[in-house]
Design a protein around this ligand. Structure first.
Ligand SMILES: [Zn+2]
Ligand SMILES: [Zn+2]
Length: 414
């Protein structure tokens, strides 16, 4: 965990570099609403990940302590071997993440953006409750939990930089490593690119197991998923497929189908449910990404609120050993609610503005409770800036009298 926390400043430096590249090269790979959604989902995922790591880690440690077959030596070669083995297991975990509904329900979050930039890398699920089973063989062969967490973190950190459209093909590296080009294919919904390139660090697994597809000059990737989420709400993005699966397994008549909804191939639906509740299919020929339009004041306000929320989320992650469980839960609920409300502002929902006043009051009370009144500048300055911006947002929102924004047709995907 700590490796990922320490990597966060590096992530933001690279995002800043990519934004500079965006200006210099006049590309349009970023949209503020999409980027804030990706970043919010990233904060939630890390925060929930820390809180829910207890069960998988306990199972892993119990197997390691009681059933491990070998005692591995602490050598460089052991670390390298474990790193490669982890990536092999990651490949299968990721492949099931796409090919079985139960796992896709969690992994879909990472693919829910219709843009592709470094913030997309941080769009990670909060709902992967079962994926740890793929890595239990490592406990059996005696991989120390600390080694496992370390290689898993390095693997995840590596995957960050490949989420960019600014790097082309990388020659011989394309044969061995996951690169921006072959990972763009992985995020594309074009027929030829679907369910390809599952590797985490090494692309060799895809070449061995027949799931590799090269990025083609004639086929520009269209990013996102076939059943688009059409929302900036990080909570909804996390539950959308679970909701669909619960719906389908509840409504289908046959008991076998109720199970197959969860354990069958992703996208499979029972005939009776598919007939009664048809899903709209995306037309890739006329694809336009989901978008909404908001005023400058709202944009500034959303960025500021995202920064505050992220700081509170990171504070929680860094203090899990000192904060009591009720405090951790209270902060986590605040971060989730605050993130959802940022999404509602970006979706131009009127009640979101009123909820911001409530949130500001809760935040003030919380800050006084946690920090006390000994640091008035830390407390009052951000809050004063935040409230003045909120007043501006509120006045402007009333003036333009928008309610729930209609979907705006955005630029075609680049
Ligand atoms: Zn994937
Ligand atoms: Zn990715």
């Amino acid at each position: 965990m700590s490796i990922i926390l320490y990597a966060i400043p590096g992530f933001f430096i690279l995002i800043a570099a990519e934004l500079i590249a965006e200006k210099v090269r006049k590309t349009q790979y970023y949209r503020l609403n999409d980027a804030i959604t990706s970043l919010s989902i990233g904060v939630l995922s890390r925060m929930i990940g820390v809180l829910k790591a207890l069960v998988p880690l306990t199972v892993y440690v119990l197997i390691f302590q009681h059933l491990a077959l070998f005692e591995l030596p602490q050598t460089v070669w052991m670390w390298i071997a474990v790193f490669v083995l982890y990536d092999f297991l990651y490949y299968w975990n990721h492949r099931f993440g796409h090919e079985m509904s139960l796992f896709w329900a969690a992994h879909v979050v990472h693919h829910s953006s219709e843009e592709y930039n470094l913030t997309t890398a941080l769009r990670q699920t909060s709902g992967s409750f079962f994926n740890f089973v793929f890595f239990l063989p490592m406990a059996l062969i005696g991989v120390d939990p600390v080694v496992l967490v370390s290689v898993a973190s390095v693997n995840l950190v590596y995957q960050f930089w490949v989420h960019t459209r600014h790097v082309g093909k990388l020659g011989v590296l394309e044969w061995i490593m996951v690169t921006p080009s072959n990972h763009r294919v992985h995020h594309a919904q074009n027929e030829i690119y679907l369910d390809r390139n599952y590797g985490g660090v090494f692309i060799i697994w895809d070449r061995i197991f027949g799931s590799f597809q090269e990025e083609l000059d004639t086929e520009t990737p269209i990013y996102g998923v076939r059943k688009a989420v059409h929302s900036w709400n990080p909570f909804f993005v996390n539950i959308q497929v679970y909701k669909q699966l619960i719906h389908d397994s509840y409504h289908t008549k046959r008991w076998a189908d109720k199970l197959r909804v969860w354990f069958g191939r992703t996208g499979w639906r029972p005939d009776d449910v598919a007939a009664a509740y048809p899903l709209q299919k995306v037309d890739l020929q006329q694809f336009t990404p989901y978008d909404t339009s908001i005023t400058l004041s709202k944009k500034l306000y959303c960025v500021l609120q995202y920064v505050f929320t992220a700081i509170i989320g990171v504070y929680l992650m860094m203090n899990t050993t000192t904060l009591s469980i009720p405090h951790q839960v209270a902060i986590a609920i605040f971060v989730v609610c605050a993130s959802v409300n940022i999404a509602w502002i970006m979706e131009n929902r009127t009640y979101a503005i009123w909820l911001e006043w409530v949130k500001s009051a809760v935040l003030l009370a919380g800050l006084v409770f946690f920090i006390g009144l000994s640091h008035p500048v830390v407390l009052l300055l951000p809050l004063a800036v935040s409230l003045s911006l909120l007043t501006w947002v509120h006045a402007e929102h009333k003036h333009i009298n928008v309610d729930y924004a209609p979907l705006e047709q955005a630029k075609p995907n680049a």
